[in-house]
Each structure stands twice: as C-alpha cells, then as structure tokens.
Design a protein around this ligand. Structure first.
Ligand code: HEM
Length: 474
C-alpha cells in the first residue's frame, strides 16, 4: 500500500485583496460576450441577493430567460436556471466547468483539497477511492448510529415543551456525524466534546455578514475561524496517526478511508484524509439538519400530510426501531415528503463553477473564464416545471410523476460525476430522525402563520431556527 497519487491542485488565494485582484484579472481576461442581465454596480442588488436571493433570481429569469448575468459586489456572475442548464453544467458538459475557481473558493481554507473543492484527475481519483465507503451495505452501520442517536435525543422531549427544532436537530446531526465519520462520541468530554464545539465555532464564520467575513485583523471572524480550524486539524491528525500506528479500526467512515485504495494500490495520504473527512463533516452536517427542520415546518403548515406518514410508519415499523432496509425502501410516503422538502428547500442551493471555454447554452453565448452558477433552489421554483411551486405537494413525487420529470429538473443532490457522495447517508439520516419523531410526537409550529425567513449561507437554513411545541401522539 502506498500514498502516491495525483499531485494536489495549486493553492487558491485566501487574502481578500489577492482574491479580488485575481477575480478582476480573470474577469478582464474573459473571452466572449456576457449574457444579458443587470450589469451595473448596485449595492442594493448585492444586499437583496444576500438577504433573499430567490425572488431576485426568479425575476431575472422572467426578464432575461434561463441564462443571465447579475453583478454582485464588484463581479458579474452568470446564472443558469432550469432543467437544460442544470443538465448541461452537471452532466453533458461538466468538464468545461471547475468548482475550485468558482465563487465559493472561500471554503478552501477550511476544507483544503477535498472532493468539493477539487476538479479533474485529482477529484476523480479521490472519488474512486472514497465511493465504496458510501455503498448501501457499508451504510448499514451508520444507519444504526443514526437510529440510536435519534432515539436518545428524543428522550429529552416532553409533551408540552417548547423547543427550537433546528438547534435540537443540529446537535443530534453533529453527534451522528462525529460517531459515523470518526467513531467519536460527542457527549464524552475532552477531545470528542471539544471537536464538536470547535467545528460549530468554525462553521459560524460562514454565517457572518459578507463584509465581516472579509476582515482579517485581530479579533476578526476570520482569525477565530482559523484558530478553531487549527484545533480541529490537530485532533484529526492525531486520530489518523493513532489509528495508523495501532491498526485500530471501527465501523466509522474514517476507518474505511484509512484502508481504501485506488486501482493502482495507492491510498490517501494523511493530508488527503484530513481534507476529505473535513469536507464530509462540513457537507453533511448543515444539509441534513436543515432538511429535517424544513420537513417539519411544511408538515406543521400542512397537518393533513402527517396522518398518512404516521400510518405508514406504524404499519411498517410498529413499536420497534426501524431497520436500515425499512428506512431505505419501506417508507415511500416519507420518501415523497422528503423529495418535496428538498424541492422547496434544497440546502446546497447553488452550484458554483467557473467556465473554462466559451460556450452556448439555451441559445445564449457565455464567455470562458467566468463565474457561473447553476441553482437548484430557483430551478425547483420555475412554475413551468413545477406547477404551484410554493405549495408543499409530496404527490409530485409519486414514482411515475417523478420518473416523468425532465432531465435536470430536480437536482437537490447535484448531478453527474459530482453528485453528492453523501446522498444516501443524508437521506437515511433525515428519514431516521423524522421516523423517530413521527413514532412518538406531533410537532406544532409556534407561529404557523409566519413565513419562514431563510438564511442562505453557506446552506439554506431557517433564520433563528424553528420554534415548535411538542405534543404526545394520540
Ligand atoms: C440532505 C442532505 C444533503 C444534500 C441536500 C446535499 C446536497 C449536495 C449537493 C447539491 C452537492 C453538489 C454540489 C455541486 O454540484 O456543486 C453535494 C456534494 C457533496 N456532498 Fe452532499 N448533500 C447532503 C448530504 C451530504 C452528506 C451527509 C455528506 C457526507 C457524509 C455529503 C457530502 C458531499 C460531498 C463530499 C460532496 C462533493 C461531491 C463531489 O464533488 O464529488 N453530503 N451535496
């Protein structure tokens, strides 16, 4: 076994000035005409995009069509919406787009060179090595962790109590991630508990206003993020070294990745392992938390959808805990509710890329070397593709209706060679948590009439969480 592989990609500038300069340089070098759109400098547009991007994106789609340009801060960014654009960028012409030089490169200081932030041969090799760890049979172990942790978390709920469902699920998802990815117990003090705290601290950086994120001096969120990241790195590298020297392995994903090999017998180096597990932790934590919260938000607003879900789980699972098989394939109504939740609120709502060569999409020319984003959130709200897009209607995902959707219409997990590697893991986790709640409780929204305000960076989540009242199921 050896750690040789493909050379890592070149570093991307992380200083604010360097980054702006490099963005402006490549914008000047862009070849070809920009798609139509709003190209003037407008702080108001930038603010609107930061606060509520969906209405803005849908308006520009109506005014200019599926491929348009919008200037945000100092940079024009091309957006491409709808089935054809999603399929073009993620599947049919994916090799003309790079993630690393896209508009979310500010994640690289935390994630390093993991699956999310790399392209080409480096990305392909890492995916080949990692995919077996996410096969269905391998996930059975993770599923029992999800079920156990969900049941444990439910012990803290009492009928009549009021709680923030988002915060409760976030703690639960972090415990699941710590155990399933690293074999750590987040409830244990010392190293394991600190790791969970540092991770939350690190993520906090991306929740700050954009201007605050740009500061780099003492006391800035950037410095705090880097301090926590360094502590996380220390714990992860120590654990990798400990496992390598002791040969100890568990049922966690780190154990599988330590021994995973490419076709040529090469394996992941310590640095590669660190970057990949940090990426998994980052990509899987917020996404699952938000999906559980949005699902129960919509169920709270559409109580007629709850009874059938309860009946389904009662008939299939009864009073015991669900098996992995039941969660995978035995709860089709819950699958439909989950699909519809991910249509309305796909947490990883934007697919940031940079084009390599100029190209034409939906009859519109786009230059090479520019930021271009596909966007599941806006694509899933196009009324010509999903009628009454603002209504929660799980029946859209009856198997036949789902199969009849145009290619690229529904992309909550992306597509092509970059499709979410944690898709099954994420779906199982959301279903394990939802199933355990449905078994024992009904959650009532504290403010059912209030439209949810949605925070969108780095993933969609309800601003301020979701207050609910817990009721015993009758
Ligand atoms: C409901 C849960 C989840 C949703 C909706 C989701 C969504 C997505 C999407 C849309 C992408 C593609 C982004 C792009 O095209 O730029 C992606 C990629 C990725 N996701 Fe997930 N994700 C979820 C859960 C997870 C989990 C649980 C993990 C890890 C355990 C994970 C790990 C990753 C990784 C590593 C990538 C990069 C894949 C690559 O580029 O090869 N995700 N996810």
């Amino acid at each position: 076994m050896c750690a040789m592989g493909v050379a890592p990609p070149p570093a991307v500038p992380s200083g604010v000035i360097e980054r702006i300069q490099s963005d402006l340089r490549s914008q000047r070098a862009a070849r070809g005409r920009w798609p139509p759109g709003e190209l003037s400098f407008s702080p108001r547009r930038t603010r609107d995009f930061e606060r509520e991007p969906l209405p803005l994106l849908l308006r520009l789609h109506e005014d200019y069509g599926p491929v348009f340009t919008m200037r945000l801060l100092y940079l024009p960014i091309v957006f491409a919406l709808g089935p054809e654009a999603n399929h073009y960028i993620t599947v049919s012409h994916a090799s003309n787009f790079r993630w690393r030089e896209g508009s979310m490169g500010d994640l690289i200081p935390l994630l390093g060179d993991g699956l999310l932030t790399t392209d080409g041969d480096y990305h392909r090799r890492a995916r080949r090595i990692m995919l077996p760890a996410f096969h269905r049979e391998r996930l059975a172990e993770s599923t029992s962790i999800m079920v156990q942790e969900a049941e444990r978390a439910l012990e803290s709920l009492r009928p009549g109590m009021r709680m923030n469902l988002y915060s409760w699920t976030r703690r639960l998802a972090l415990r699941v991630a710590m155990r399933a990815l690293f074999g750590f117990d987040a409830d244990r003090g010392g190293r394991d508990g600190r790791m969970a705290e540092e991770f939350e601290e690190t993520l906090g950086y991306w929740g700050k206003d954009y201007v605050l994120q740009m500061l780099r001096g003492p006391g800035s969120p950037w410095r705090a993020m880097n301090r926590s990241r360094a502590e996380l790195d220390r714990v992860i590298f120590e654990e990798i070294a400990r496992r390598r020297s002791s040969g100890e392995r568990g049922v966690d994903i780190l154990s599988l990745l330590l021994d995973a090999e490419d076709e040529d017998g090469s394996s992941l180096s310590d640095q590669e392992l660190r970057d990949q597990v940090m990426t998994l932790l980052f990509a899987g934590h917020d996404t699952a938390t938000s999906t559980v919260t949005f699902l129960f938000y919509e169920l709270g607003r559409n109580p007629h959808e709850i009874g059938p879900l309860e009946q389904e789980r009662d008939a299939v699972v009864g009073d015991r805990s669900p098996t992995a098989e039941e969660l995978v394939a035995g709860l089709p109504r819950l699958d439909m509710a989950l699909d519809e939740t991910l249509r309305m609120y796909p947490p990883a709502w934007i697919g940031p890329r940079r084009s390599i060569e100029p190209f034409e999409l939906c009859g519109v020319g786009v230059p090479g070397g520019v930021f271009i984003n596909y966007c599941s959130w806006a694509s899933h709200h196009l009324p010509q593709v999903f009628g009454e897009p603002a209504r929660f209607r799980p029946d859209r995902f009856e198997p036949e209706a789902k199969a009849a959707l145009p290619k690229g219409a529904y992309v909550p997990f992306g597509g092509g060679s970059r499709t979410c590697i944690g898709m099954r893991f994420g779906q199982l986790e959301v279903k394990a948590i939802a199933e355990s709640i449905l078994r024992r409780f009904r959650l009532e929204l504290v403010e059912p009439q209030r439209e949810l305000s949605i925070r969108q960076m780095p993933t969609l989540s309800p601003r301020g969480g979701l207050p609910v009242v817990v009721h015993e199921r009758t």
